[in-house]
Unconditional design. Structure first.
Length: 139
């Protein structure tokens, strides 16, 4: 019975994600256009808010995802590699590593490892190889 309820809840979550992505694509014409608009809006907001001492605060450098060689494997990559992805923070990278192994990258959402906002940002740059062991599930 618990497995059936878990499968039902996972199905609802995934259908909600699919509906949100469909709506974003329908409104913007493409998923990339929506991400560009959000990124430029965030950049505009951040430049307006910087004043005084904030202007001199060092910004951590991130390696652009295009420079990464291939896709990052969720079951094998390091926390540093995950944290280098755009939109990823150190806490989310640690949660991903603690939740290993993954059957596929959608496990990040269905097991509530990362929020949907982070998943949308990193989903094009990650993959999950065959875990080789049984996958952890909530009971």
């Amino acid at each position: 019975m618990k497995k059936a309820i878990g499968a039902f809840v996972s199905g609802l979550l995934l259908s909600g994600v699919a509906a949100a992505l469909y709506e974003m694509i329908r409104k913007n014409g493409s998923l990339a256009a929506g991400q560009q608009r959000q990124s430029s809006a965030r950049a505009d907001d951040s430049t307006e808010q910087l004043t005084g001492a904030d202007q001199h605060r060092p910004v951590p450098e991130r390696q652009p995802a295009q420079e990464l060689s291939g896709l990052l494997d969720l079951n094998e990559c390091s926390a540093t590699e995950l944290a280098s992805l755009e939109g990823m923070d150190a806490d989310a990278a640690d949660r991903i590593i603690e939740g290993r192994p993954y059957r596929n990258k959608l496990d990040l959402l269905s097991r509530m490892i990362v929020p949907e906002v982070i998943y949308v940002e990193i989903s094009h740059y990650v993959t999950a190889s065959d875990p080789g062991e049984s996958v952890k599930v909530a009971s």
